[in-house]
Design a protein. Sequence first.
Length: 250
Amino acid sequence: MTTQVQGPPPNEIASIQSTAEGWSPQRTLAWAFETFGNRVAISSAFGAEGMVVIDIASRLRANFRLFTIDTEFLFPETYNLMDRIEGKYGIAIEKVYSVLSPEEQERTHGNALWSRDPDLCCNLRKVEPLRRTLGELDAWITSIRRDQTSVRSGAQRVEWDAKFGLIKINPIVDWTAKQVWSYIHDNDVPYNELHNQDYPSIGCTHCTRAVRPGEDARAGRWPGFAKTECGLHLIEPAPAARAASASQAE
Ligand code: SF4
């Protein structure tokens, strides 16, 4: 299937990537807004990193698109944070839902699907709604950082997202957790109250627990399963971009 996107085609992404690696988050977001206009949106689950990206974006534009995948299994503290974001930044968060309500999912797939097949549950409640939303965009902005998981370690600041067929922009891809929290405290950025209760990474209520001393920051996600990603951030460079990247590296 050919995807027509506004902005640079996939085979030009490699050259943009090398330039973009030197950009600040502010420069990256400004480029994204100038290049893609209303066809780019920030995707966020409102973790600490997401709050940094939202705050930086708010200093560049009064209005920008911000959406979230609402699995309908989020913590009350997360819904409370969404209200605070809308109030502070004067924007309306676009909330995207699964085609199945939690009750319909239970009727179709049985009780507590997340405890038996979290990949299917994430596909139904996160990946499919994301794919539907990204189908209306030319680029999306995330707040992933390379040192969060091994899957994310290869992320570029600007890259072709072969999985969803559009450009993916990661303004703080090279930041550390310390930089994220320094920004939050220095700029009085709102954040999820659960971060103060040993929840460094926050997802659905069914699949998130507080971490214990010495555990990895994402150890509280999908406890009991060898799963660290919900399937939104797998790195799959387009063949053309991969070839160009390889020739540049030689
Ligand atoms: S994080 Fe858990 S409850 Fe949420 S969509 Fe994935 S498996 Fe389902």
